[in-house]
Design a protein. Structure first.
Length: 320
């Protein structure tokens, strides 16, 4: 897997959730903070996204709003509309979406109905990959002709799947499409950074030398990496590589390699039944004892206790 895919997979918990929503003006809804991320895609009409911090953002047809750390936000037909709790507007006939009692016009007889795709992901916010930590609280991806065709294709497929009712294979198709959409939203934000303004991970992903070293760490987390071996993979001297890697990634090469090993170990403990010795070997530790010591130093709890605590992460959403 590439670095972006790995970063997202390391944080993903449980099953994602999505619905198609129709809102008739006047309307305003408030979404409470969650331990995860959310998105909205405008299919018809327009609305305002009202973040917890910052100015309202106008969304038009085709716009995507991604909230990588769901701090709570509002959506409304106008920015100063009073907001009702979104949970109070969920109706059975709305198939998990929102249902409002507005009249669907702007007061002058014009249609002001808004349609959107909404969704949410459970993400482990306790160990956010720095690649995702760089994202702003609101990622606004405006609709532009010819931009991000893969993202647009995933949105179209998701919309069709949600319109299909109880079609065969839906239980597998929906989570897969939502996972793809998450990847494409993050990718779109990084691709939209101007090359001459790219810093941090946006610069790291575009730097062939740093990207080569990152791929090595992600492809072989259990390899006994050294600054020299990573510099050789990058095609740079040790000193030049260490400076460039640290400046873009935000951590020295070996510090990041250790952080990623422990992240992989946590994912294996959470998602598999591998014995601790096997997990230790996968991430480069010769003994279970050495691994447990390093893991506890990183997570402040033993691997076994971490695995027990993580066993309840794959639970349904409250409205399912």
């Amino acid at each position: 897997m590439d670095v972006l895919s790995d970063a997202i997979s390391a944080m993903r918990l449980g099953r994602p959730h999505s619905s198609r929503t129709v809102l008739d003006a006047p309307w305003g809804v408030r979404f409470e903070p969650q331990k995860g991320a959310g998105f909205h895609v405008l299919l018809k009409g327009a609305c305002w996204l009202i973040p917890t911090v910052g100015d309202p953002v106008r969304l038009g047809v085709g716009d995507v709003a991604f909230l990588p750390r769901e701090l709570g936000h509002g959506l409304a037909d106008v920015p100063d509309r009073p907001l009702a709790d979104a949970r109070s507007l969920i109706r059975p006939q709305a198939a998990g979406g929102l249902d409002t009692d507005g009249h669907g016009t702007d007061g002058h007889g014009a249609d002001s109905r808004t349609e959107m795709l909404c969704g949410a992901y459970r993400l482990d916010q306790s160990r956010v990959h720095p690649l995702l930590a760089e994202l702003p609280d609101v990622v606004h991806i405006p609709a532009r002709i010819g931009r991000h065709p893969s993202l647009r294709g995933a949105i179209e497929l998701l919309g069709r799947e949600l319109d299909g009712g109880t079609r065969h294979g839906g239980d597998a198709a929906l989570p897969a499409l939502l996972d793809i959409l998450l990847l494409y939203m993050v990718r779109a934000w990084y691709e939209d950074r101007p090359a001459d303004e790219a810093t941090g991970w946006a610069a790291a992903l575009r730097d062939p030398a740093v990207a080569a070293a990152l791929r090595g760490v992600h492809d072989e987390p259990g390899r006994p990496w050294t600054v020299r071996s990573l510099a050789e993979r990058a095609g740079l001297s040790r000193a030049a590589f260490a400076r460039r890697f640290t400046a873009t990634v935000g951590a020295p090469p070996l510090a990041y390699a250790t952080w990623w090993r422990m992240t992989v170990a946590a994912r294996l403990l959470r998602d598999t039944d591998l014995p601790l010795r096997a997990v230790a070997e996968r991430v480069g530790y010769a003994s279970e004892f050495a691994f447990a010591k390093a893991f506890k130093r990183e997570f402040a709890e033993a691997p076994g206790r971490f695995r027990d605590a993580a066993s309840g992460d794959d639970r349904p959403w409250p409205d399912e």
